[in-house]
Ligand binder design. Sequence first.
Ligand code: PLP
Length: 420
Amino acid sequence: MSKKIVPLTKDKLEEIAGQYPTPFHLYDEKAIRENAREFYRAFSWVDGFINHFAVKACPNPAILKILQEEGMGVDCSSLPELLLSEKVGFSGEEIMFTSNDTPPEEFEEASRLGAIINLDDLKHLETVLKNGGMPEMISFRYNPGDLRSGNVLIGDPREAKYGVPRDQIIEAYRLAKDQGAQRFGLHTMVASNELEDEYFVETARMLFELAVQIKRKTGIKVEMINMGGGIGIPYHPDQQAVDLNYVSGEMKKLYEKYIAGEGLDPVKIVFECGRMVTGPYGYLVSRVRHVTRKYKDYVGLDACMADLMRPAIYGAYHHVYVPGKEDISKNKVYDLTGSLCENNDKFAIDRTLPLLEPGDLVVIHDTGAHGYAMGFNYNGKLRSAEVLLKEGGTTSLIRRAETVDDYFATLRFTNAPIDV
Ligand SMILES: *Cc1c(COP(=O)(O)O)cnc(C)c1O
């Protein structure tokens, strides 16, 4: 079980919603910092432990800055993410660049920043050589194929477009070394939103065993092992968060057996989690616009799937809270919708909630990662604002809502050609 508690009273939420029109995503700085500290405490046995926060999960400079202050690095997968990270002040090996089907100029930019380049494919070695040159340190993303079953979200590794397959991975290190790389990392990402503790222990075992194989077959000692991201969060109150202390303890045993035992010590263990870092500490705050009965009871919000598309694309559960109606018995069953012209624009289907009326605030939990970030403009929907609830209880607008002018910014309404 996990408790779903919004860190604000109804009055405070109304006050904030008076200041910033709904819908907006609200992030809880204090909780983000406390969670980051717990994560680092769990892995304090690792020398130089770092989580490269996956920028794609919450690409806002204010959030990245908070995470930087808590000792995190970043994981980028595109040029804009690299530039965003640079602007926030990340540099060198605080930045991990994990991409696929990569445009050559992105390797060049990653090289310029001194980022750790994590290659998705053998053929990228040549692209890197031609675009910025072979960096001193190179890492490979490993795809274990049928050695792992993957999980529901990421699927069977054999069907995944990512990573260097088992029969090429040793060759990849050999080639990189021949071409001038001097330091090496190893990476995988085989799960997404995974809640099973054992899954991460097994990932560690798999990578440690592979590090031993790489050493035996090529003489290369990897100095960094990146466990990837994918640590899940309990979206549903019946779910349980991953026990990081347990996972860390088991990883330590495996480290001693494989890494220390085989003379590979020291290897820096790192992660690149996004979801578990900010996910539970973000809330989509919206208001009921419309309540109606058709064949079912519908509640239309002023937010839509452009603000949070996980329920629409994965059927994902997001907990819903109605401030001020805690004591009213939940005896209504609603579909909670947005206004987009797609019938999957629903935040919840057949959800038992208190009686809702137009004007009620509705808070959707766990939108701090892959929430705002996955937004889009389909159907002319403008993207929402982001608000930071600061440690002292005050708020600040860390991204304004889009305007129609933003939406029109890439268009021309005359016959004049667009300059490219
Ligand atoms: C998306 C992604 C992550 C972050 O995943 P979370 O589920 O947010 O932890 C990390 N690494 C890579 C390569 C990714 O694609």
